[in-house]
Every structure is written in structure tokens, then in C-alpha cells.
Write a protein of this length. Sequence first.
Length: 221
Amino acid sequence: MSITPESVQQLLKSEDFGDRIKGLNHLRTMDPGVAFELIKPMVKDKNTRVRYAAVSQFDTLGHQDLVASLEILRDRLYNDPEPDVQAAAADAIGGLKLTEAFEDLVKMYHQSADWLIQFSIIATLGELGEPRGFDLLQEALNSDNNLVQTAAISSLGELGDDRAIPLLIPFVNNDDWQIRYRLTQALGRLGGEQANFTLEKLAQDRVEQVAQEARNNLVNK
């Protein structure tokens, strides 16, 4: 059976949420302009998995209409009842480089106590490349959640602001080797004398993955 806009629309309107998920998957094979129009109503589906699947596709389909995508993703970021969907909205905002939503991300980070939402927002700030994100990333370094801290370290590396280097150096002694691993990558992106000196220390790390990543970043200088 061939996949057509009509056949996909029929699946998307099915009472069976499995059919709706199948329909969303079919959208990946269709003309993006058509797929975008079909996916828009699905972000408010009654089923969480369907909403999540729909919002998650906006990083690829949202380019069809960035103004509409911004409105939709803002709405899901603030108003969806499920943290998974809110986090997916934050991810898509980053994927689409919607810097207009920067203040929304900051507001939601402080408004939500859910670690997954906070993690997604902090990870998104690196992808967004918005210089104004520095202060929030600095704040996130002090999170009591290791995953949020890890995302902040990575995003500071992506942001490329060398003010981050003295903030990151203390993590060289962090007990979590995955934080130290992300630290080597961030310092490698940032570069400079201080960063390289810290990478030399990390090249002697007790965990081989960390040490090797540090050595790789030093070699690539």
C-alpha cells in the first residue's frame, strides 16, 4: 500500500493511538510541506506518546514555517501537561535555532522543578548558540543534578565564551567521570592556555576514556 497524504491523514485520525504513531512515522517519507501541515494538530493529541512523537519531529519539519513553529513550541513548552513533551519542545527550539524563544527557555528553567525539562533547556542553550545564555549556564553548573551540570558544561563549550574556563576548571576533580569527560570536550572547544593546562591534567585521569579524550583534544590544538 502506497503512502499518500490521504492514507496518512486517515491514520492520524484513527482512534487507535498506535495508528496515529504509525501515521507520524510515515510523515518522515513525505514532502516536508505536506507533512508539516499534517503534524501541527497532533501536538495536542490526547495521548502523551503521540504528542511527544509529533513535537520531536519539529526540529526537521519546523523549517517549513518558523513563525508557526515558534508559536506551537512555545505553547507546548508552557502548557503541555507532560514533562517529556515540554522537554521535546525545548529540544526542537534548539534544533530550529529559534533564539526568539530564549526568554521562554529561561523562564521555564526557573519555573519548573522537573530535571528533564531543566536538562533539555540547558542542552538547548548550547545548540542555540545564544550569547545571553551564559548566565543561565553558569547557574546550572551549581545544579544538584549531575545530568544538568553535565549539560551545562557541554553547552558552555559550544557557546565558545572563554569566560567559562575558570568556571569549568574546578570540575577537573569531580567524582563523576562523565562530567570530567564532558569537561575535556568543552575545554577542547574553548582552547587557550588555561584550558590546555587543565587538559594536560585530565590526560592523566584515572579513567582511560577521560584521559584519552583529553589527549585527543591536546593533539588537535
